[in-house]
Design a protein around this ligand. Structure first.
Ligand code: SF4
Ligand code: SF4
Length: 164
């Protein structure tokens, strides 16, 4: 089940994920739904090993959006991005994914494909504003979890004015 290409219209902003530099942030759209990750044996096993519940998470990012309910943590997008926009979120904040909606990250997480903590990890568009719109990440994602759309800047700016 690919990311909903119309997520900014069909979802609501449920969080503002900040970078500790005080300038950068991306929005999180929800409520999300159980999708590919909930059907993947590696992801299911990793959640079980942590004794964490596998629950809907939502979409991280707006112009560069990753559906965390679809992401199966294979790391292809992290590997291919020429500007190192993504990081493994657990290598910066090792907490349940649902707690990341309003978290602050330092942006020091790993940008190496092989460094996922385990299969509960997710690709986080921590440097969303650095995208050069090459679409390489979209092409390689095995679950079509990523939507890159520069015109979604409109929704990002709306949320910047209205989300508290
Ligand atoms: S479109 Fe290109 S620059 Fe933007 S996040 Fe994807 S791989 Fe990186
Ligand atoms: S390529 Fe897709 S499935 Fe793989 S880590 Fe990136 S978003 Fe997740």
């Amino acid at each position: 089940m690919p990311i909903d290409r119309y997520f900014p219209r069909n979802h609501q902003v449920i969080g503002k994920h900040r970078h500790s530099d005080g300038q950068h942030y991306h929005f999180v759209w929800g409520p999300g739904r159980l999708a590919d990750a909930a059907e993947n044996k590696d992801v299911i096993a990793a959640y079980a090993a942590r004794n964490e519940e596998l629950v809907p998470i939502g979409v991280h990012g707006t112009m560069v959006a990753v559906d965390w309910d679809c992401c199966i943590a294979d790391g292809s997008c992290i590997d291919v991005c020429p500007v190192k926009l993504y990081q493994w979120y657990r290598t910066d904040n090792d907490v349940p994914a649902v707690d990341m909606a309003n978290a602050t990250s330092n942006g020091v997480g790993s940008t190496n494909k092989e460094d996922r903590v385990d299969y509960t990890d997710k690709s986080e568009p921590i440097r969303e504003q650095d995208c050069i719109y090459c679409m390489a990440c979209v092409a390689v994602c095995p679950t079509q979890s990523i939507k890159v759309e520069q015109s979604n800047t409109e929704f990002h700016e709306q949320a910047s004015q209205t989300f508290t």
